[in-house]
Structure formats: C-alpha cells, structure tokens
Ligand binder design. Structure first.
Ligand SMILES: Nc1ncnc2c1ncn2[C@@H]1O[C@H](COP(=O)(O)OP(=O)(O)OP(=O)(O)O)[C@@H](O)[C@H]1O
Ligand SMILES: [Mg+2]
Length: 136
C-alpha cells in the first residue's frame, strides 16, 4: 500500500491510524534516506501509543525505551556496524520483552512485521508492507 504523506499533517494522521490498528506485539521497521521522516513518524506514532515523555531521536543512543502500559523500544541502527553490537544492547531481551519495537535504519538486522519504506521524491510517500490486515 502506498500512502501520500506530502505534509507533516498527513504523516501524523497515518501514524495515529497505524498506532490504533496494531497487533498486540509487533516490530515496525522504517527505511528511507537521511531526513526522510523516520523520526518524525516515530514521534507521532509513540505519542499516539500513549508515550507521555518527549520522544527523542535514537540516532546517538541507538536504543530508547519507553514505558506506558506497554514496553516500547525505539531504535536507530544507522551507527551500528555489526551484528555483534546488538548483544551489547541486550537486543535479544528487548525482542522478547517489548510489546512494540520501532527501528529506523534496520539494515538487515531486524525481521519486521510491518515494514515502512519512506521516499522523498517529487512528493513524500511511504510504502507499507505487511501480512497483517490493517484497517487504515
Ligand atoms: N511528511 C513530512 N512533511 C514535511 N516535513 C517532514 C515530513 N516528514 C519529516 N519532515 C521533516 O523532515 C525533517 C527530517 O525528518 P526526520 O528527522 O524525521 O528524518 P529521519 O528519516 O529520521 O532522518 P535520519 O535518517 O537522519 O534519522 C524534520 O524536520 C521533519 O519535521
Ligand atoms: Mg531519525
């Protein structure tokens, strides 16, 4: 499914719809070039999931964790250059325990339930790839 997210309001609307249509446990990956809107999506999305604290870009910390009634992980693997480093982060435990995981720059390190490919071309679009039946 291709979704038009030409402006920030459209991105926000999509983020909220997706947040309200999720399976109880899932991994979402965000692909696309620098500055395409992966963190902007994540900020709207995590807010819509009920995160009250400020959602910051995980580019430097690599992984940020949030707790609502759910345990939510927001990661960015841009600076992660080998799979071994995932062990240092305790990634396996996060995969096991987290309800929702969002990963920017997943590289080939993450198996997504919902894959979002963001494109900044003539206009901003995103492609949603999933086997889930989402009611968007
Ligand atoms: N759909 C959109 N419409 C208009 N502006 C947008 C949209 N999405 C993102 N932006 C703006 O583009 C800028 C870069 O977005 P963002 O930081 O989310 O990119 P990113 O994909 O996370 O980049 P990086 O790869 O560096 O992590 C921000 O200022 C953001 O507000
Ligand atoms: Mg980002």
């Amino acid at each position: 499914m291709i979704i038009d997210v030409s402006d920030i309001a459209a991105l926000k609307e999509f983020s909220i719809k997706l947040a309200n249509n999720l399976p109880s446990k899932c991994i979402i990956t965000l692909e696309g070039n620098l500055g395409v809107g992966k963190t902007a999506f994540s900020q709207f999305f995590l807010k819509a999931l009920g995160v009250k604290s400020h959602v910051i870009s995980p580019s430097y910390m690599i992984v940020n964790e949030y707790y609502t009634d759910q345990y939510i992980v927001h990661a960015d693997f841009y600076r992660l250059n080998c799979e071994d480093n995932l062990d240092l982060l305790g990634w396996d435990i996060m995969l096991e325990k987290a309800d929702i995981i969002v990963v920017e720059w997943p590289k080939s390190l993450v198996k997504a339930d919902i894959q979002i490919k963001m494109v900044l071309g003539e206009k901003r679009t995103l492609e949603l790839i999933t086997d889930y039946k989402l009611n968007l």
